[in-house]
Design a protein around this ligand. Structure first.
Ligand code: CA
Length: 256
């Protein structure tokens, strides 16, 4: 396999209804680190939690950067563990922050984190933001939504139609910062030339179908972010909207 190169773009938008944007995102093309965080909590708690989450994860990974250059058989699992630890580090720091400032009690955030290293995408995930892989015309949702509705759907308690209309659609079952520690899902996969990754908050994936998402990203690559945000806004934009698109290209091929 030749070496790969990466092109990425992210965008966030307050939407059409809310007065504050509680989503935050990171596109770090140098460290190949990408994060979407969707905060919750009143009195500025949501924006603070999502911003702090990203800052804590980034600084934790910089401090533990050696795991990304070490060799050896345990390496892959160590990378996944480090990503998971970075999310829990953020969780404990946000939790402590809320203890110090009573007006921030109960704040939390989702976190979907992607680290690209040696041709692989490693990810860690808590909450109902999502990571998608678009490959050879197919769209794969890599993360599982930690939401009440999704867990009821999986358990067969409700139908997909009921899930679509559910009044508790926004309730998540895991979050970063609401408690000191959380179960973090992690995994990794080998990237191929032509792959596109999408990270987004529920303000986007709740408004744009998988098929639309796939078509727009296939057509426009990183330029899809603004089109996707516009589409979610045209459909009501009741929630904050965030999207990151990453294009994976063979080194030497030209970017569009
Ligand atoms: Ca949201």
């Amino acid at each position: 396999m030749g070496s790969l190169r990466f092109k990425a773009r992210g965008q966030t938008d307050v939407g059409q209804v809310r007065s504050v944007n509680q989503d935050s995102f990171l596109v770090d093309e140098k460290d190949l680190l990408f994060i979407v965080a969707d905060g919750m909590g009143g009195h500025a708690g949501g924006e603070i939690a999502s911003r702090q989450c990203i800052d804590e994860i980034r600084s934790y990974l910089r401090k533990h950067h050696r795991v990304f250059t070490e060799q050896g058989p345990l390496r892959e699992s160590q990378i996944a563990a480090t990503l998971s630890n970075s999310v829990n580090h953020a969780s404990s720091r946000i939790y402590e922050h809320a203890l110090e400032e009573p007006s921030l009690r109960g704040m939390g955030t989702t976190a979907t984190v992607v680290k690209i290293l040696n041709g692989k995408a490693y990810w860690a995930h808590v909450g109902d933001s999502r990571l998608y892989l678009i490959r050879s015309g197919y769209l794969y949702q890599m993360t599982f939504d930690h939401s009440l509705v999704n867990e009821q759907l999986r358990a067969g308690i409700i139908t997909p139609e009921e899930a679509e209309m559910h009044h508790l659609k926004n309730v998540i079952t895991r979050s970063v910062g609401y408690q000191e520690e959380e179960d973090v899902d992690t995994n990794g996969f080998v990237l191929e030339e032509g792959d596109r990754l999408v990270l987004c908050s529920d303000g986007l994936h709740g408004k744009v179908s998988d098929e639309e998402l796939s078509n727009i990203v296939k057509e426009s690559g990183v330029h899809a972010v603004s089109q996707l945000v516009d589409l979610a806004n045209r459909r009501g934009g009741e929630d904050n909207i965030t999207a990151i698109v990453i294009e994976i290209q063979e080194s030497g091929t030209s970017a569009r």
